[in-house]
Design a protein around this ligand. Sequence first.
Ligand code: HEC
Length: 99
Amino acid sequence: MAVFGLGGCGKEAGGVAQLSQDRGCMRCHGMVTKFVGPGFQQVADRYRGDATAAARLGTKIRQGSVGTWGNVIMPRQPQVSAAEAAALAEWVLEQPSAR
Ligand code: HEC
C-alpha cells in the first residue's frame, strides 16, 4: 500500500483509516453502505479498473462534489492537504467490493 508523507500519521497500516476519522470523513461516509455520502466500498466498486480515478477523487475530496451519487452535496474539505487527499483517495479505492 502506498502511503505518502503524512507527517507521521501514515506509518502503520491503520494510518489512513485514522486520518479519515481525524478529518471528519466518517461523519458522512460509512465503509460499506450509503449514509450521507456513498460507502467507500461502493466508491471503490464504481471506479475499479479506472486508472485516473485516484487523481480525480483526490481533487474532489478537497474541492467537494455533487451530482455523482445524487443531489446531496459533499462540501469542500479545506482541512485536508493535497498529500492527505491523495492518500485518502488511494485508500478509498483499495477497499474490497461491497457486493
Ligand atoms: C458533510 C458530509 C461529507 C463529508 C464530511 C465528507 N463527504 Fe465525501 N461525499 C459526501 C457526499 C454527499 C458525496 C456524494 C457527492 C456526489 O454525489 O457528487 C460524497 C462523495 C465522496 C467521494 C466520491 C466522489 C465521486 O466522484 O465519486 C469520495 C471519494 C469522498 N466523498 C471522500 C471523502 C473523504 C476522504 C472525506 C474526508 C476528508 C469526505 N468525503 C468527507 C459527503 C461528505
